[in-house]
Ligand binder design. Structure first.
Ligand code: NDP
Length: 453
C-alpha cells in the first residue's frame, strides 16, 4: 500500500468509525487510483478523491408507522446523496434489517463509479431502511412505504435524486412508494425507476441487472475466444438479480446449477431449466417462500442449510466454469475464492455489490481468472434505470428489443472501458483497476470543470 493510500485510509477510518464496508470500498478504489495520480498529479492536488469520499449530503430520518393490529413501529430511513457532478443522484433503496449508515455509504460510493461507467448522465446515491419486508403482509409493507415516502419526498425529484430498488425493494415496494409521492406532490413524474409497465416503467428493467451480469461474463469469455454455450454456472441468491441471471444463462446455452437464500442453497445438477425457473419466480415473487421448497418439488436436486458459523459456503465448492454471486456483500471470502479456483471456475461476474472480500479478490486476481467486479458487471440495472428516465422524459416507451439492445451495447462498452483502462494504466486483464479508473476519470474531469463546490 502506498503512503498516499495509507494516510488517506487513516483519515477515512478516523472520520467514519464503525463503517467497515465503507472503508473496504474506499481502499479498493484508492489503491487502483494510485496509478492515475502518478500520471495526473492535478487530480490529487485538487483532492478529487477526498471530495468524492465525503457525501454531498446524508439524510437520516425517523419512519414511524402503525400496523393493522394498531401496534406502532419505528424504523430508521436514510438517503445518501453522494455525488452529483455528472447527473442527478441515482441509486437504489435497500430494505433489510442489516441496513446502516456504513453499508449505505459503501453502496453510494460504489454507485458513483458504476453510474459513470454506464456512459449515462447519472450521479451516485443510495438509501433505504432497517425495515424487514420478509414475511410481512402487503398492508404492513404499504404502510411502511407510505411513512418512508412522507419524509423522502422532500429530498428527491426527477432532476435531483431518482431512487430505484435493491434488496427488499422490488415492484411491489416501488409501487407503494410512487403512489405516496404522487399523492403528496400532486405530480406524475419519473421520480423512481423500476416502475410498473403501465405507469411509466421500462421493459427489461426487472431483467436488466441479471441480464447485464451475464452479458458481461460473455464479453469476458470472448477475450479468450469462448462463449457461455455448455458452461456450468453457480448462482447465489434467488431474488431479482439471481432470477434473471439464470434466465439469461439459459438463453445463451449455459446451465445454472445453484440458487440460494439466507437459509440455504439448492444444487440441481440437471440445470435450472426455464420451467424450474418459473417455479422459483412464483415461489419468491408471489408466494414469498423459501428456496428449500425447490428441492421438495424437483427430484434430482438437493437442499443444504447454510451454517452461519462455518468458515466457508458449500455453494462455492461445486465444480463449474462460471460463478455469479448475486445475493449480498462479502458473501465470498478467501476460502470460498480458493474453493472456486480449485474447482475450475475461471469466470466470476458479480451481480451483487462487493460480494467478494478483499482477500478473495486477491486470490482471483493472482489466479489470473476472468474476474468482473460488481461495479462493472452489475451496472446493467442502473443503466436501464437511466433508459427508463429517458423514456419518462420523452413520454415514449421503447420496445423490449430496443431496451435490450441498448443494455447489451452498454455492457459491451463498460467491458471495453475496463479493458482499455487496465491496459493504459499497466495492469492488463485487471477489471478491478479498469472499472475503478474508468469510472473515476469522467467524474474527476467533471469535478475539475465545475470548481470546488
Ligand atoms: P432481492 O431482495 O431481490 O434478493 C436478494 C437475495 O439475496 C435473496 O435471495 C436473499 O435471501 C439473499 N440475501 C440477502 N441478504 C442476504 C444475506 N445477508 N445473506 C444471505 N443471503 C442474503 O435483491 P436483489 O436481487 O435486487 O439484489 C441482490 C444483490 O444485487 C445486492 O447486492 C444488490 O445490491 C445488488 N444489485 C441489485 C440491483 C437491482 O437492480 N436489483 C442492481 C445492482 C446490484 P433472503 O430472501 O433469505 O433474504
Amino acid at each position: 500500500m502506498s503512503d498516499y493510500v495509507k494516510d488517506l485510509m487513516a483519515e477515512v477510518k478516523a472520520k467514519n468509525p464503525c463503517e467497515p464496508e465503507f472503508h473496504q470500498a474506499v481502499q479498493e478504489v484508492a489503491e487502483s487510483l494510485s496509478r492515475v495520480f502518478e500520471r495526473h498529479p492535478e487530480y490529487q492536488a485538487a483532492k478529487i478523491l477526498e471530495r468524492i469520499i465525503e457525501p454531498e449530503r446524508v439524510i437520516m430520518f425517523r419512519v414511524p408507522w402503525v400496523d393493522e393490529q394498531g401496534e406502532t413501529h419505528i424504523n430508521r430511513g436514510f438517503r445518501i446523496e453522494m455525488n452529483s457532478s455528472i447527473g442527478p443522484y441515482k441509486g437504489g433503496l435497500r430494505f433489510h434489517p442489516s441496513v446502516n449508515l456504513g453499508i449505505l455509504k459503501f453502496l453510494a460510493f460504489e454507485q458513483v463509479f458504476k453510474n459513470s461507467l454506464t456512459t449515462l448522465p447519472m450521479g451516485g446515491g443510495k438509501g433505504g431502511s432497517d425495515f424487514d419486508p420478509k414475511g410481512k403482509s402487503d398492508l404492513k409493507v404499504m404502510r411502511f412505504c407510505q411513512a418512508f415516502m412522507q419524509e423522502l419526498q422532500r429530498h428527491i425529484g426527477p432532476d435531483t435524486d431518482v431512487p430505484a430498488g435493491d434488496i427488499g425493494v422490488g415492484g411491489r415496494e416501488i409501487g407503494y412508494l410512487f403512489g405516496m409521492y404522487k399523492k403528496l406532490r400532486n405530480e406524475f413524474t419519473g421520480v423512481l425507476t423500476g416502475k410498473g409497465l403501465n405507469w411509466g416503467g421500462s421493459l427489461i428493467r426487472p431483467e436488466a441487472t441479471g441480464y447485464g451480469a451475464v452479458y458481461f461474463a460473455a464479453e469476458m469469455l470472448g477475450t479468450r475466444g469462448k462463449t457461455l454455450e455448455g458452461k456450468s454456472c453457480l448462482v447465489s441468491g434467488s431474488g431479482n438479480v439471481a432470477q434473471y441471471t439464470v434466465e439469461k444463462i439459459n438463453q445463451l446455452g449455459g446451465k445454472a446449477v445453484t440458487l440460494s437464500d439466507s437459509n440455504g442453497y439448492i444444487f440441481d445438477e440437471g440445470g435450472i431449466t426455464p420451467e424450474k425457473l418459473a417455479f422459483v419466480m412464483d415461489l419468491k415473487n408471489v408466494r414469498r417462500g423459501r428456496i428449500k421448497e425447490y428441492a421438495d418439488r424437483f427430484k434430482g436436486s438437493c437442499y443444504q442449510e447454510i451454517d452461519p458459523k462455518a468458515d466457508h459456503n458449500l455453494l462455492w465448492t461445486h465444480k463449474a466454469d462460471c460463478a455469479f454471486p448475486s445475493a449480498t456483500q462479502n458473501e465470498v471470502n478467501a476460502k470460498d475464492a480458493q474453493n472456486l479456483v480449485h474447482n475450475g471456475v475461471y469466470v466470476i461476474s458479480e451481480g451483487a455489490n462487493m460480494p467478494t472480500t478483499p482477500d478473495g479478490v486477491k486470490i482471483f486476481l493472482d489466479a489470473g481468472i476472468l474476474y468482473g467486479p460488481g461495479k462493472a458487471a452489475n451496472a446493467g440495472g442502473v443503466a436501464t434505470s437511466g433508459l427508463e428516465m429517458t423514456q419518462n422524459s420523452m413520454r415514449l416507451p421503447w420496445t423490449r428489443e430496443e431496451v435490450d439492445n441498448r443494455l447489451h451495447m452498454i455492457m459491451k462498452s463498460i467491458h471495453k472501458t475496463c479493458v482499455e483502462m487496465s491496459n493504459r494504466f499497466g495492469t492488463p486483464g485487471n477489471y478491478v483497476n479498469g472499472a475503478n479508473i474508468g469510472g473515476f476519470l469522467k467524474v474527476a474531469d467533471a469535478m475539475m470543470d465545475q470548481g470546488v463546490v
